[in-house]
Design a binder for this molecule. Structure first.
Ligand code: DX5
Ligand code: ZN
Length: 239
């Protein structure tokens, strides 16, 4: 069955003085999740938002909150974000050793919250191989984490393909998410390689009509996904 791509608008690019309006707007436009970028000024240069905001967001919307932790000490803060109402929590592979990653997985699993692992552009996605069977989400960063509005790093779609191949080899089916510089054109590139979820900051919130921008990205990505699926099916029929 065809599973459409989900768009996860990143509120880092929203209007913080009018957050409720922006959230309601993307919720109505069909956002699959709301992506919350947590930065600590250490793991990445920027400092953004944290637990109190997630707590308030959870009261303000029914769209699942997808928390992306770009912090040095994710294990200390995961319990707080679970408490605050996160529906998925993504940690960076660069911040945890194997025992730490297993702990992060266990904490989320116990709480019934999805666990994701992210890789920065220079980290091979293969570092996630030992956890493939336990991850609900694999996040391929297509910009250096830290800021919204950067340009997509060309070739990131190859990493999406590698993530899909790793998952398949492990008979696992995590959501493959891409984050950074995603707009209509780059959405097509990554969706064609099997991306399931696209984080969009500037391409949605800086658009004149965010709902229309979201719909355009979603439809372009689903078009690419459908045509790849049709191609694979017809190759299987021939074989
Ligand atoms: C970057 C963040 C992204 C960012 C995406 O470190 O993880 O989620 O908000 O913004 P755009 O889509 O503008 O690149
Ligand atoms: Zn993010």
């Amino acid at each position: 069955m065809f599973q459409p791509v989900k768009i996860a608008p990143s509120i880092l690019s929203a209007d913080f003085m009018d957050l409720q309006r922006d959230i309601d707007m993307v919720a109505q436009a069909g956002a699959g999740m709301i992506h919350v970028d947590v930065m600590d000024g250490h793991f990445v240069p920027n400092l953004t938002m944290g637990v109190p905001l997630v707590k308030q967001l959870a009261k303000a919307t029914t769209v699942p909150l997808d928390v992306h932790l770009m912090i040095d000490n994710p294990l200390d803060q995961i319990p707080w974000f679970l408490d605050a109402g996160a529906r998925s929590i993504t940690v960076h592979a660069e911040t945890l050793d194997e025992a730490g990653m297993r702990r992060a997985i266990a904490l989320c699993e116990e709480a019934g919250v999805a666990i994701g692992a992210a890789v920065k552009p220079k980290t091979p996605v293969e570092v996630l191989e030992p956890y493939m069977g336990e991850l609900d989400l694999v996040l391929v960063m297509s910009v250096e984490p830290g800021f919204s509005g950067q340009s997509y790093i060309v070739g990131s779609e190859q990493k999406v393909a590698s993530a899909v191949a790793l998952a398949r080899a492990a008979a696992a089916s995590p959501i493959v998410q891409v984050d950074g510089g995603i707009g209509v054109e780059t959405a097509v590139l990554v969706a064609a390689q099997g991306a399931d979820s696209l984080v969009c900051g500037n391409a949605v919130f800086a658009a004149e009509d965010p709902a229309a921008a979201l719909a355009a990205i979603e439809s372009a990505a689903n078009g690419a996904r459908r045509s790849v699926l049709t191609k694979v099916q017809s190759e299987e029929e021939v074989a």
